[in-house]
Design a protein around this ligand. Structure first.
Ligand SMILES: *Cc1c(COP(=O)(O)O)cnc(C)c1O
Length: 397
């Protein structure tokens, strides 16, 4: 059993704050501060460029890939870290499309994160006018899977409502019509058990600064199913994805296996932070995390619904059908979220009217859940949100 007091003690959480936004940016693991400091002073500071070999910087993307891979059911050597998630979406989709050269349709849904859709649109434009991105309502995805679809590209957990796609069933159905799958696990990795190998996903991508707590701008990951790893052609053919980067050949030859999904020089400071952040998982079992997360989300839904009639639940009521977040609709959601933040309860807002609350048992317990719900109901009862400063929109919401 996971001891959540132990995991909580591994994070730096500011005094007086209830942090319900780990689904956007995880908090600072204490070990990450020390580790980044050590990388700066002992490695960069003392080793200079020799750190690429001596400190193992060059192998870090693959070593971290195996650590992240364990959390998503990926076999050793099938995941690599680097770049940002948007870039990894592009890479995975481009490779998947190239494996279905006779087909032209990318199928996705309107619940997908816009950057994933934008990257698909940009890629389709590059590939030619006959490529199309078809975007349907989340519940209609299965009905639109047919033998014209080259790639089914979905984010498992809807970033707004938290609704969870059935990854196993949709992957099976996609394969049934000859399509490949690209799964975005941005809101899944570190939030719920995922088994990319078990459900035979073809490609999967995700970020590490949400539930894996690598810090702002932390590296993304990409998984390529072993059966595709020698056939997948990288669209972003950078030198570190080359078979022999330090031979400096004039022509690109992909590295064998997952290394070909590397592009350029890895961000070592961010990767060092991630390496330390992943130590939390030496003390946490993802099945325990999932069970406790459902419990905390249910508790929050019950508390809010019984005291805040102004709010409307936007997430699935059944905890097994949503990720690790709960969203409520409220016309004045933006201002209300600012009022909450002013009282130390940090969630976020997604246009047009969603107040979003992420729960992760690694550092959130029942006391925080009930306190947050109580503060929310006080703000609503007193219209505490209706102040000019809470209506002013910041750049990041
Ligand atoms: C958070 C998130 C992103 C962000 O992509 P970056 O390139 O890391 O900024 C993309 N897609 C999904 C589904 C996300 O949840």
């Amino acid at each position: 059993m996971t001891d959540f007091a132990t995991t909580k003690a591994m994070f730096h959480l500011p005094e007086g704050v209830i942090y319900l936004d780990g689904n956007s940016l995880g908090p600072l693991p204490k070990a990450a501060s020390a580790r980044v400091q050590k990388t700066l002073s002992d490695e960069w500071g003392e080793m200079l460029i020799t750190g690429w070999n001596k400190a193992g910087w060059m192998d870090l993307p693959a070593r971290l890939g195996d650590r992240v891979g364990k959390l998503i059911g990926a076999p050793k050597g099938s995941v690599v870290l680097g770049d940002t998630l948007s870039i990894k979406v592009y890479q995975a989709l481009a490779s998947a499309l190239a494996l279905r050269p006779e087909r032209r349709v990318i199928l996705s849904d309107t619940g997908n994160f816009p950057s994933d859709l934008y990257m698909a649109q940009g890629l389709a434009r590059t590939l030619g006018p006959d490529y199309v991105l078809k975007t349907v309502a989340p519940d209609d995805v299965a009905a639109h899977l047919n033998n014209e679809v080259a790639v089914l590209m979905l984010t498992q957990v809807d970033y707004r409502t938290g609704a969870l796609h059935d990854m196993d069933a949709l992957t099976r159905q996609a394969h049934g019509v000859g399509a490949l799958t690209v799964w975005d696990l941005a809101h899944s990795a570190g939030a719920l058990p995922v088994d990319v190998a078990g459900c035979r996903a073809d490609f999967a991508v995700g970020c590490t600064y949400k539930y894996l707590n690598s810090g702002p701008g932390g590296p993304a990951f990409i998984y390529v199913a072993p059966e595709h790893s020698q056939a997948a052609t990288p669209a972003l053919s950078g030198w570190l994805g080359h078979d022999a980067p330090f031979d400096f050949e004039l022509n690109y030859r992909p590295a064998p296996g997952i290394d070909r999904m590397r592009v350029g020089t890895p961000a070592i400071l961010q990767m060092a932070a991630l390496d330390a952040a992943l130590d939390v998982w030496d003390h946490a079992d993802i099945a325990d995390v999932r069970a406790r997360s459902i419990h905390l989300c249910d508790l929050f839904v019950r508390a809010v619904e019984s005291t805040c009639p102004q709010l409307q639940l936007a997430s699935p009521r059944d905890g097994t059908k949503r990720g690790s977040q709960v969203s409520f609709r409220f016309k004045h959601g933006y201002a209300c979220m600012q009022a909450l933040i002013a009282r130390g309860v940090i969630g976020d807002f997604r246009a047009p009217d969603l107040m979003r609350f992420g729960f992760t048992p690694l550092y959130i317990g029942e006391a925080e859940v009930t306190d947050a719900a109580r503060i929310l109901s006080e703000i609503l009862e007193t219209r505490g949100w209706d102040r000019p400063e809470f209506h002013a929109r910041a750049k990041v919401t």
